[in-house]
Unconditional design. Sequence first.
Length: 255
Amino acid sequence: MAETNARGRFVWYDLMTSDPANAEPFYQKVAAWGTEVWKGQQPYTMWTANGKPIGGIMNMPPGVNAPPHWIAYISVPDVDAAVKQAESLGGKTHHKATDIPEVGRFAVLQDPQGAAFAVFTPKANPPAPDGMPGIGEFSWHELATTDYAAAFRFYEALFGWEKIVEHDMGPMGIYCIFGRNGAQLGGMFNKPPEMPWPPNWLQYIHVDSADSAAERVKANGGKVLNGPMEVPGGDRIAQCLDPQGGAFAVHSRTA
């Protein structure tokens, strides 16, 4: 897994799916990812972008009553302390703190509004500088929730995230952009009534062209739910479903 000791940084992304054998070629075609097998105690297929691992794919764990989905791992100095703090702030633990031999320690949590995420502490901690995500890497992280202000306070306390700006989107409400060390990481907003699913994180993949990627989604059995469209600042996005029903988005920059 990606190695960093930077608190509050998104460092890894797992796709939990009902059909890894068919999900794998879909993302290879849409995002131009490679794959690499990690030969640990349990073999695990990793996604690679620009020659480095960025995440992985696995069967939906037994007992998880959820559709296929992505889950992001966020770095913390101490997983056990983060779990304790999250619970004290109203969060819940889905998967208790667990060691991955030779890799690190993780836990899967739920924020007070119900969105799932993971915390991770690597076993080794070499410096890992922040930088602009490259093509094929994840570039934006968006939380659709029932109370974005309360959700932000939870994540602010847990990860030290900063509120960078709040945009008034009119009838759509407020879109709160958050980040760390002055760099934008993503946004949070209150989901409208026409979004009936529970609070959730949506992960955006940086692609060369959101429009071209959306065409690849449709050509390979996925669905485009929204877009492609321009967002403030001129970037373009499209929100999609993979063939198994996992939600993700694509994002291309104008500069």
